[in-house]
Design a protein. Structure first.
Length: 129
């Protein structure tokens, strides 16, 4: 009895939790490589392509967890997020007043900001004259 107790306490297999162990290394490699080759594909599309190619049913949430953990965590894809884009394109003027429309100076400022944002994110070289 005492020997069995110590065997269970110090066994390397004792600390393993029951349940699924997660996706295999091959599946993780396939998902990450698909995302690298097709950066605009989303999780549902990658899951669909894996199902078609390998006849392996995989959920889009599994693909999302794999990419979050193994590939895209903290990496910027090189373009702004939609939230950043919309934040720059949709501005709320607090000092516009209640007049009949927006003053010309505000329209010019907003257009200049929008074009500067687009030029910056497309990495255009703009020369001012």
């Amino acid at each position: 009895m005492c020997e069995q107790k110590y065997r269970m306490l110090f066994s390397p297999n004792h600390n393993r939790k029951p349940g699924p162990k997660g996706p295999s290394a091959e599946l993780v490699h396939v998902v990450v490589e698909m995302k690298q080759r097709n950066p605009r594909w989303g999780c549902p599309r990658i899951a669909e392509q894996i199902t078609l190619a390998f006849n392996l049913a995989i959920d889009k949430d599994v693909v999302r967890r794999i990419l979050t953990h193994h590939h895209w965590l903290g990496q910027s894809p090189g373009w702004p997020s939609w939230l950043t884009f919309l934040g720059h394109m949709i501005r709320i003027e607090t000092k516009a007043g209640h007049g009949a429309g927006k003053p010309i100076s505000k329209i010019i400022d907003q257009a200049a900001d929008e074009w500067a944002f687009v030029a910056h994110n497309l990495k255009m070289n703009v020369e001012l004259h």
